[in-house]
Design a protein around this ligand. Sequence first.
Ligand code: PLP
Length: 496
Amino acid sequence: MTVPMYRSTRGSENQVSSTEAIVRGIAEDGGLYVPAEWPGVIEDLHTLKEETYQKIAFRVMAPFLGDFTDGELKACIEKAYDKKFDTTETVVLTKAAGVHFLELYHGPTLAFKDMALTILPHLMMVSAKKLNLDQEIVILTATSGDTGKAALEGFAGVPGTRIIVFYPASGVSQIQKRQMVTQTGHNTHVIGIEGNFDDAQNGVKAIFGDGKLKKRMKAAHKMFSSANSINIGRLVPQVVYYFYAYARLMKKGEITPGQEINFVVPTGNFGNILAGYYAKMMGLPVNKLICASNDNKVLFDFFRRGTYDKKRDFYTTISPSMDILISSNLERLLFLLTGEDGDLTRDFMDRLNKKGEYSITPQMKEKLADFYGGFATEEQTRKTIKQVFSSAGYLIDTHTAVAYSVYQDYLQETGDNTPTVVLSTASPYKFTRDVLTSLDEKYAGRDEFELIKEMSALLKADIPGPLAGLENRPVLHKSICTKDEMQKEVEKRLGL
Ligand SMILES: *Cc1c(COP(=O)(O)O)cnc(C)c1O
C-alpha cells in the first residue's frame, strides 16, 4: 500500500506524510494540507448497509491515513467512538418534518465537533510516536464556542500534550462558557479574549506564524499544533458520517444503493460541508450540498456572485458557532476549483488578506454547481424551531434550524424532491435559552440552567449527562485578555 502524501494548498512546500500533517496542523507556507493523491472511490456502497459506525470509519479513513497500520487506526477508532457517546450507534438518523436529521451531537459536549475531536488526540499521539517526537505538543485553538470544549475534553490528561483555548469572552453562550471554564486536567488552559471569533482566530494564526517564537519553542522541546478544523485529522473523521448517513438510509429502505441524496449543512468555517464534498469525491452519490449560513452570509454571497468579500459588519447571532467571516476551509475548495494550483490559491488568499476580497473566474464558478448557498435571518431561525416542534414534535437547536430554514427555501426555489439529510450539529440543550424563547416568550429572562430543567420537562426526557450539575462545578479558568495580549499569555503559560 502506498503512503498517501499531503501537500499545501499554497504549493510551495515538499510533501509530508499524513502523520506529519496531523502533528503540524498547518503547512509552513501558511496553506492547508490536502491529499496529493486522492483516495479511490468506494465502489461497493451496498456493503456498508449493515456496518457499524466504527467499521465505516475504518473504511473511509484508512485511505487518507496510509502510514497508520490497520491496528493503529482501529485502536484510535475504538478509543474515540465508545461509551462517551450516549447511543450505541454513535450518531442517530431521525426522520421528521420531511427530512432526515443526522444527529451528530450524542458525544461528550453535545455538539458535532465531538465527532472529530474525540479521535484527533489519538491520531496525534500515534503520529507523534511514529515520528519519534520528543517534544510536548501544544494545541493552540481559537473557538467560537463548541470547538473549545470538545478539544479540551479530547486532550485533557493526554500525556505529551498541552492545550490552550481562546474564546470570545462575550461571544459564546452561558452554557458554552461554563463548560469551558470548568474544564479539569492539569494540561488545560482556557482564556477569554475581548473581541470576536475572527480576532481570536487571527491572534492564533499570528502566534503560529511567529518564526522567533517557534525557535524558542523548539529550544524548550515544545511544538505548536492545531485542533481547529484546518487540521486534516479533524477533516478526515468528518467524511465518515456522510457515508454512515447513506448506509442508514439504505438499511431503512429509504433509498436504493446508488440513489442520490442531498445534504444540508449549517456552515461556519466550512469544515463540515467540505468533508461532504470529499465524500462525494470518494463516490458517495450526492446531488446537492446545501450550504446554510446565518446573517453572516459571506458564503451565500460567494456562491451567488463568485466574490468572497469579508469587508462587512460582523453579527452576533443565536447560532454563534456559525458567526464567522473568514471560512478557513474554503481554501481547500478553492484549491480544487483552481485545478489544484498552489500559486493561484496563494494569490487568492493574498488578495483576501490585503484587499479583503477576491473573485473567482467564471470557469471556477461553474465547478460550484455541486453547492447551493442559502441563509436564514434570526427571525426565520426562530420561526423554524417553532414550526418544526409544533408540526413534528421534534426539537432542533438554532444551528440546525438555520439549515432547515435554508432547506425550505431550496425546496421552494428548485422543487427538488431528492431525499435530504439535514446535519444536526448541536443538541437543543446546548442553546436552551434561544431554543425555548423561540417556542414561547414566557421563557425570556430566565436563568439558562433553570431552562435546562424546563426543556427536560417539555421533552419528558432526562437532562443529558454532560449538562447535569454543570452549574455547580467549580470555575477553574478565569483569565481574560485583549487580542494583543494573546501571545504574552501563551508564553507565560508555557514558561517561555
Ligand atoms: C462548528 C459548528 C458549526 C459550523 O461547522 P463548520 O465546520 O465550522 O462549518 C455548525 N454548528 C455547530 C453547532 C457547530 O459547533
